[in-house]
Design a protein. Structure first.
Length: 179
């Protein structure tokens, strides 16, 4: 199959595949990287960046399912802006103060810690909210993945024990018919 050629603004002819690769290189996830310029370049996939991107997408999907679009909006703002106080979160998310407080408390109570980074007197202290993704990933593993595995093992054990009783009955029935 021949590569399709397209002309750029500068009059150069570039293959369609190289344009696609250039778009993937410029992506914010930094999954595809270009190492060398010789003979069109050497491309490689950064598996660490790929794994982090996948973990973050799974985490955002869980937040969307459990806390809705408002929770996901707060999460994305905290991810891009790092540490913010409640007023800044309300300004960036375009939500009311009560909604922001409610969602932050819900996220905190579900183990998706969005902790405050100060422990001084509340009246004289600014509190900043941030996301520790490693703790969030651990909470996902504990709350969802490990529980699901335990349920699967329990159902499998019950199915196997029921099947073992059936096989024993069948074996006993075939033995009595042979005698």
């Amino acid at each position: 199959m021949f590569a399709q050629q397209t002309k750029t603004e500068k009059g150069k002819t570039v293959s369609r595949e190289s344009l696609i690769l250039d778009c993937l290189i410029e992506d914010d996830a930094n999954i595809l990287c270009k190492k060398d310029e010789n003979m069109g370049g050497i491309f490689f996939i950064s598996y660490n960046a790929l794994c982090e991107s996948l973990k973050q997408q799974v985490f955002e999907n869980i937040i969307l399912e459990k806390h809705g679009i408002k929770g996901q909006r707060i999460l994305k703002i905290l991810h891009t802006k790092q540490k913010l106080d409640e007023k800044a979160i309300t300004a960036f998310t375009l939500m009311s103060v009560t909604d922001v407080r409610q969602k932050l408390v819900e996220l905190f109570n579900d183990g998706f810690e969005v902790p405050r980074s100060g422990d001084r007197a509340p009246s004289r202290t600014f509190f900043f909210w941030y996301i520790n993704y490693n703790k969030c990933y651990e909470a996902i593993l504990q709350n969802y993945y490990y529980r699901t595995l335990a349920n699967i093992h329990q159902v499998r054990f019950e199915q196997e024990s029921g099947a073992a009783r059936l096989l024993d009955k069948k074996r006993k029935g075939s033995c009595t018919q042979n005698n």
